[in-house]
Ligand binder design. Sequence first.
Ligand SMILES: [Zn+2]
Length: 432
Amino acid sequence: MTRIVRTVIVKSVKLPRKAFRVFIELKDIYRNMVEQLVLYAVRNNIKSFTKLKALKYHEMKSLYPQLPSHYVYTACQDANTRTKSFLRLKKLGLAKRDYPEVRKVSIWLDDHLWKPNGYTSIKIATHRGWVTVEFEPHKQYWKYINRGWKLVSEAKIKLDKRNRQLIIYLIFVKEIEKCRPRGYLPVDVNENNVTMLVDNIAYTFETGTEKLVLGYHYRRKGIQKKYDKHYGKKSRIKRKAMRKLKERKKKLDIRWKIANIIVKTAYEKQYSIVLERLGKKPANNMIARIKDKQLRHRIFQASFRSIQRAIEEKAKEHGVTVIYVNPKNTSRLCPVHDAPINYNDNSRIGKCGKGGELWHRDVVACWNLLLKALRGDGSYAPNLVGLDVDVGLVPLASNATHDSIGIPKSLWARWKSLPQTQKAIVLNKMKR
Ligand SMILES: [Zn+2]
């Protein structure tokens, strides 16, 4: 069993002035407490929540007698987290001040300080008694409610002063049983596509990540340049433009869609997903072409790792296991002959040095990932024992293995899972 945790953010309805004022007061008191506690903890080098609470509980409680006493607990927890991260930064020489600044505050709530009130409102304990707050449920929220996720007793609230709303951070958990895999689903992630091998058939999802990530980077640079020149480095109008760009980028976020298709396929077949264990070195063409070191690093992070991470996250949700294998030579060796494959220039099609057959680079990578998983020479890969997969039966020599079914983004972006038959894909492709 694994426990997965998700935070879901909902917004309250616009609150009446009077009710909202209560929360402004509450936040000010809470902030005061956290400030005092952090100051004290840093000054006395207290890294333990229990110790901090033991030393300051009565003082805080007497300072704010109207406040429900559990706010002292949560403020101590909050302060403790801030203290620890500040001391860590200080140790690394990265802290600019002697004491941490308590700037952004969200009020931490525990089971004594709030409770659900039906499905669309909560009650919050304040220094002026319980206040009921209605919120606006959205699709994602209902998804968690309807799919058996449980609300935990901790929550946080933030104040949106301009709109007189509370931003409520609800935390859901779910226990998920991991099933034993019946086979493997290797997935190769590279600069312009994601390829997966399902029962000997390779599917290539075109992503155009390079274009997407680079395009975004240059647009961002463009905005920075334009606004910095006219309004200075810290203008509000620039922040707004950046936010808009970010939102648009999120919408275009293809990672989750790909992850969904892959994980659903693995889930239905009860397969484990096999991924390359990505090292720190960005060893690929796209990265090599970019000269700016930092940018290169960022793009690497953004495109490859994050697709993997999206797959991991989704896999966890569905109880699908993910295993990692060593990426060494995955696209360089022929999986049949164990001989080097020669690629001419920048071609993605190569010729096996021994057998002379042609291979598509991404398909080779998948086959090798599969073989590595089956042989168990990835560090986390299980042994073959007990799995009903027969290595001998894998039809490596058949023609179908050498190429993949390419699926353009315009097509798969609308899918929720892999269509039932190959025909559906081919047909769809022809229609375009
Ligand atoms: Zn070969």
